[in-house]
Structure formats: structure tokens, C-alpha cells
Design a protein around this ligand. Structure first.
Ligand code: GDP
Ligand code: ZN
Length: 309
């Protein structure tokens, strides 16, 4: 068989042994060729739990009955993975080939937990994703108050959007930011992620709630992830497992990248083992005193570094 001519599609859903593959706007039910090798990004040698994840680009042999057989997985550009439980470290890829994380927090109801937001930023960096911070429920807080409380992140240089799924403010900007891109949407529950996705893509069948999940202890139950194709182009993966974003192992360089404004001050403390908690000669404390950086962000940095590898 001439495999050069096989159509290429994107895996949108994984039902165990069967996969939904989007090929030219059509979903084809596919099984897997027997001895298919797992796709590994670059020189990654970690062993995979499963050979195929949502987001994978695959070559499909179409059968006469309308079904297909996945013949080959194209190399991954990126993957969001967690380490599967067990004695041997196995990698469980949740979604492949994602470009960006859309990190949604509400400006109120629920109150924005900035420490958690910082952790999401670190996790997105660790996953190799670009970051968009979306402050939703803008309608609940007057603009002046918004800038005072949430302006920090835009000031640091993050890509920040203020949206309201209710009033429609910022929804067009969010749509543009997600257009033709492959996103994961994440953030705590109740901040309006589903509402925003519905505003961006009205009428979409968001199968939230019927997907499997990763338990808090990191155990893996059935974890089926669905990609939703956006009418404006691109897709978004939305699952409870991704929302928590707790599964990436952050390294110090990832943490540093999520705190760019602290970089000029790091390594300048009097003591090389400075805890940055009011130690004498602490360069971070001095920068806080001088109003150059936020004490809250320094605390967040210290906290996250404390739990890093
Ligand atoms: P999710 O858990 O993050 O998916 O949040 P939902 O989309 O389910 O929204 C949670 C609640 O917040 C619902 O009652 C929504 O109606 C409400 N909500 C969502 N977006 C907004 C918004 O922009 N403004 C206001 N005031 N409420 C919102
Ligand atoms: Zn210090």
C-alpha cells in the first residue's frame, strides 16, 4: 500500500481502543494498527501509557465502511503529560500539540486567588505553552478597581484579557486570541470557563462533565479528553483534569519564567541562601521597598520555589 497518500487528521477523542479522528471537518471512527509505536516528542525517551492522545496528528487508512485505521502517529510538537502512578515512571499524555493555555480567573465570585494563578502560570510554562490570562466576570467590578487589583499582570508583560461572558465585553478579543490556535482552557471551577466557551462558539456541544478525571492523589481513572473544534478555527481542550493543571513537574527555570519581573533582582541578595523573607541584604525585599515589584508576587515565588524540584 502506498502510505504517502494517506489523509492526516487530528485525534479529537479517545474511547479506549477507538478514536474519533477529525479529517477534513468530518469525524471518522478509527481503530489502531496493531504494533503502532508511541509518538514521542523530540528525543523524549519516557515510556508512554498509551500510544495516542487527543491532539495527535495521525495518518489514517480509510475503510469502505466509513471507518478508518490509524497507521501512523506524526511526531508531536508538544505534549501535556503527567506521570502515571506506579513503580515505573510512565508518562501519560493528556493532550498533544497544544499551543497555549487560556488561564481563566474571575475578578469576583469567586474571589481571585492570585497564588493559584501564579501556579497555573508556572504549570503552563512547564508544559511548554504560551499563556493568556483571562480575568472574567468583569461586569462585577468597576474598571478603576479592576486596574488596581488586576493591572499587575499586564504591567509585567503577560497577555491579559478582561472578559465578561455576561455582558460580552472582551469576548471578541478572546475569540481572536484563540482563533486558529490549539488551546487548553484552565482555571478554578465557577469562574466562567464554560460560559466563555459558549460565548465564543455558541451551540457547541461541550461535553463537560462526562469526561474522566485525574483524582487529587494523582491516581488515574478513565481519562477521556475531548477537543472542541472552534468555528473560528483552532480547537480547545477542556477537561476537569486539565483544569487543575497540577500534573506538570515544575523545574526552577519554569518558575523563573513565570516571574519575569523578579529576574533582574535574583542572585543579588547578600546571602546566597537568602530566603527572601526579610533577610538582611535581600535584593527582592529592597525592590519591594522601592516599589519596583509586588510583595505578593515575591511571596508567591518563594512559596512555589519551596515546592520545586
Ligand atoms: P466554569 O465552572 O468555570 O465552567 O464556570 P461556568 O461557566 O459554569 O460559570 C459559573 C457561574 O458563573 C455561572 O452561574 C455563570 O452564569 C456565571 N458567570 C459566568 N461568566 C460570568 C460573567 O462574565 N459575569 C458574571 N457576572 N457571571 C458569570
Ligand atoms: Zn533575598
Amino acid at each position: 500500500m502506498n502510505t504517502d497518500a494517506l489523509p492526516v487528521g487530528t485525534v479529537v477523542e479517545n474511547h479506549g481502543a477507538l478514536f474519533d479522528v477529525l479529517i477534513d471537518g468530518r469525524v471518522v471512527k478509527c481503530s489502531l494498527r496493531g504494533r503502532l509505536k508511541p509518538a514521542r516528542p523530540g528525543k523524549d525517551k519516557r515510556r508512554q501509557v498509551a500510544p495516542i492522545a487527543a491532539g495527535d496528528r495521525v495518518e489514517v487508512a480509510l475503510l469502505d465502511d466509513g471507518r478508518g485505521v490509524i497507521e501512523r502517529v506524526l511526531p508531536r510538537e508538544s505534549d501535556l503529560s503527567r506521570r502515571a502512578a506506579g513503580s515505573e515512571p510512565l508518562q501519560h499524555t493528556l493532550v498533544a500539540n497544544v499551543d497555549q493555555a487560556v488561564i481563566v480567573f474571575a475578578v469576583a465570585e469567586p474571589r481571585c486567588d492570585f497564588y493559584m494563578l501564579d501556579r497555573f502560570l508556572v504549570a503552563a510554562v512547564a508544559g511548554g505553552l504560551e499563556r493568556i490570562i483571562c480575568f472574567n466576570k468583569c461586569d462585577l467590578v468597576p474598571p478603576e478597581q479592576r486596574d488596581a487589583q488586576f493591572g499587575l499582570y499586564a504591567g509585567i508583560g503577560f497577555h491579559v484579557l478582561c472578559t465578561s461572558a455576561h455582558s460580552g465585553e472582551g469576548v471578541e478579543a478572546l475569540r481572536e486570541a484563540m482563533q486558529d490556535r490549539r488551546s487548553v482552557i484552565c482555571g478554578p471551577s465557577g469562574v466562567g470557563k464554560s460560559s466563555l466557551l459558549n460565548a465564543i462558539a455558541p451551540g457547541l456541544r461541550l461535553r463537560i462533565g462526562d469526561v474522566g478525571d485525574v483524582t487529587h492523589k494523582g491516581r488515574h481513572t478513565t481519562s477521556s479528553i475531548t477537543l472542541v473544534e472552534l468555528p473560528c478555527g483552532g480547537w480547545v481542550a477542556d477537561t476537569p483534569g486539565l483544569r487543575q493543571l497540577g500534573f506538570w513537574e515544575a523545574e526552577q527555570e519554569h518558575i523563573a519564567a513565570a516571574f519575569p519581573e523578579l529576574q533582574p533582582h535574583l542572585g543579588r541578595c547578600h546571602f546566597s541562601n537568602c530566603s527572601h523573607r526579610d533577610d538582611p541584604g535581600c535584593a527582592l525585599s529592597a525592590a519591594v521597598e522601592a516599589g519596583e515589584i509586588s510583595v505578593r508576587r515575591v511571596k508567591s515565588y518563594v512559596q512555589i520555589m519551596g515546592g520545586a524540584r
